[in-house]
Structure formats: structure tokens, C-alpha cells
Design a protein around this ligand. Structure first.
Ligand SMILES: Nc1ncnc2c1ncn2[C@@H]1O[C@H](COP(=O)(O)OP(=O)(O)OP(=O)(O)O)[C@@H](O)[C@H]1O
Ligand SMILES: [Mg+2]
Length: 315
């Protein structure tokens, strides 16, 4: 059973084709990543799937229910945590959850119990009696996700759940997403971060200008864009030209000189870790001192470059 199926989905705002013929298939029980930059059409896609916006063309089904023909059936199955928090600033964490649970039809006793349980699970027990306006960004985001799973939805939309959070809070949100999926909920996650999609999603669609420009498992996507880049900083800027030559030879690739006068970056292809280790050994043999060294995944920019390069090459 697929949680989401869309074909040729379109949404137009004036002259902007915000979503321009999107086909998606999201298997039930998984995290599916919708990865794209600002303005790609992620939120617009999610809002159509959550029946908050009416599509201008194409079709979308959620667990087999057409979003246009049967929005009520869809609403019973989904929950949305928006890019912008929906909790009430002046209420406490507990009050927010109880209020929302009551609106969902829980009895007073049950609402209270569910609120306490979620606050505990999300590490918010100590903050439960504080007004939300005094929460940090990470606490607020966690409360927002808690609010969206008061009733366990079959499909949860998480729209950029970690944008603006520090690394520790991001990790907490990631753990929550994993726990939600372990309970059988399907998650459609939008993100601008490749590493986030990599951490959580089993399949990823890369979206740009309202179109899906690549789709596949994480492995497929990575294979199509290469493994990443090696970035290093030298002790001595004078050694940089020499280091550049050595690296270019060892890695058989172009080596970029960064703005920082001691830094160099090289894109890797095949066996990244082996190549990088060999290159480091080579630098040491040549008497070049490396201060810091990192092996990184390609950035979202690099993914886009690689994907659009490929499209142009195929055209
Ligand atoms: N209500 C609206 N009225 C007019 N234009 C809109 C509206 N909502 C979105 N757009 C436009 O549609 C395009 C897609 O916007 P959308 O919010 O879906 O992008 P996004 O991928 O969620 O971006 P971000 O990462 O910044 O949240 C943008 O060009 C945006 O300006
Ligand atoms: Mg958005």
C-alpha cells in the first residue's frame, strides 16, 4: 500500500508554477524525504497533500483517497507540523497539548494523560508548566511535533522540522521522527539539508522549481552525485601550491583553492576513504603539514550541480 501517490500535480500562484507536474510514490511505513532549496515547492506540495490547498492540476491520493474528491477521509489519516509553529505562545506546554487533545475529542482525563506522556517522551517535562513564549526554538519544535501526534496519524507531514535548530536539538528531533516511524506512521519530511534526508529517509525526491529532478533510494542518489569532497587546511600557506599539485595527482581530480589561504577542497569520485587516506600519506611524504582534514558528504549545492550537469549532458 502506498501512503502517497501523485501524478502530474500542479499548483499555480499567479505567474509562478510553484508545483509543476510532480509525480511521487511514497510507500507506507517509511520516511520519505522531499529535498529542495527555498521556493522549490515543498510546502506547497505538502499543503495540497494535507488538503489545505486545492491542486490546479494532476492527481493526489493519500492511502488511496483522492485529496480533491474525498478530503475528509484524507484529513482523518494525516497530521501536519508546519514550517511555522502552530502552538499558542501564551499557553504552557501542558495547556497546549490538553487543549488540542480536547479539540480532537479526547476526554479531559485522557487528554491530560496523553499530554503528560508526550511531554515526557519529548523531554519537556521540566518545561511543561512554562509558557511556550519562553521555550527555545528546539523545545518549541518538539512541542509542535508532539501536538501533531496526539492522535497517532497514519501519515505525518514534517515541513522542515529542524531548520534553525542547533545540532543537539536536531538530533533530538531526528530521534523523535525515528520513534514515530517505529510506531508505524509514514512520514513525509521536507528539508533543505542533505544530511537530514540521509539520516532519516529511505527514499528521497530532489525538487527544484516545482519539479522532481531526481528520485531514488539514498544509495542511488549518492551514487549519482559522487561521494563528496575532501577539505583540508595546511599549517603553512606557502605550501599550498605544492599541496595542490600533490592532491591533484593523488586524487586525479581538480583541486580548488578556497578563499581561506591555507585551505583546499577536492571532489572525490570512487573509493572516497581509500583515496583520501592515500592522498594524506602522499602529502606527509612530501613534507606538507596538514592541520585539519575532513571528508564530507556533498552539499545540497553540489547535489544540484551534479544533477543539473547530468541533465545537460543527457540533453
Ligand atoms: N500563497 C502563495 N501565494 C503566492 N505565491 C506563493 C504562495 N505560496 C508559495 N508561493 C510561491 O511558490 C513557490 C514555492 O513555494 P513553497 O513555499 O512551496 O517553497 P518551499 O520549497 O517550501 O520553500 P522554503 O524552503 O523556503 O520553505 C515560491 O516561488 C513561492 O514564492
Ligand atoms: Mg517551505
Amino acid at each position: 500500500m502506498n501512503a502517497i501517490e501523485t501524478s502530474g500535480l500542479v499548483k499555480v500562484f499567479g505567474d509562478t508554477r510553484a508545483v509543476d507536474g510532480v509525480d511521487l510514490t511514497v510507500p507506507a511505513g517509511t520516511v520519505y524525504g522531499l529535498l529542495g532549496p527555498n521556493g522549490a515547492g515543498k510546502t506547497t506540495t505538502v499543503r495540497m497533500l494535507a488538503t489545505l490547498l486545492r491542486p490546479d492540476g494532476g492527481e493526489a491520493r493519500v492511502f488511496g483517497h483522492d485529496v480533491r474528491a474525498d478530503p475528509n477521509a484524507v484529513r482523518r489519516l494525516v497530521s501536519l507540523t508546519g514550517q511555522y509553529a502552530s502552538v499558542d505562545e501564551d499557553l504552557t506546554g501542558t495547556e497546549n497539548l490538553i487543549l488540542l487533545a480536547r479539540l480532537l475529542g479526547h476526554t479531559r482525563v485522557h487528554a491530560r494523560a496523553r499530554a503528560a506522556q508526550l511531554l515526557e517522551a519529548f523531554g519537556l517535562t521540566d518545561a511543561a508548566a512554562k509558557q511556550v513564549k519562553h521555550y527555545s526554538g528546539g523545545m518549541r519544535r518538539r512541542l509542535d511535533i508532539a501536538a501533531s501526534i496526539l492522535n497517532t496519524p497514519k501519515l505525518l507531514f514534517l515541513d522542515e522540522p529542524t531548520t534553525g535548530l542547533d545540532p543537539r536539538s536536531r538530533n533530538q528531533v531526528w530521534d523523535i521522527v525515528r520513534a514515530v516511524v517505529a510506531h508505524g506512521t509514514t512520514v513525509l519530511l521536507t528539508t533543505q539539508y542533505l544530511d537530514e534526508a540521509d539520516q532519516l529517509a529511505s527514499r528521497i525526491a530532489v525538487i527544484d522549481h516545482g519539479k522532481v529532478i531526481a528520485e531514488g533510494t539514498k544509495g542511488e542518489l549518492k551514487a549519482s552525485v559522487g561521494v563528496g569532497a575532501v577539505h583540508l587546511r595546511l599549517r603553512d600557506a606557502d605550501q599550498r601550491p605544492h599541496a595542490q599539485q600533490v592532491l591533484a595527482r593523488a586524487l586525479a581530480t581538480d583541486v580548488q583553492l578556497d578563499h581561506d589561504p591555507v585551505a583546499l577542497t577536492a571532489r572525490l569520485s570512487g573509493r572516497a576513504t581509500e583515496q583520501a587516506a592515500e592522498a594524506l600519506a602522499q602529502l606527509a611524504r612530501e613534507g606538507i603539514t596538514v592541520d585539519t582534514f575532513s571528508l564530507g558528504q556533498p552539499s545540497l549545492d553540489e547535489v544540484f550541480l551534479a544533477l543539473t550537469d547530468k541533465k545537460e549532458a543527457a540533453a
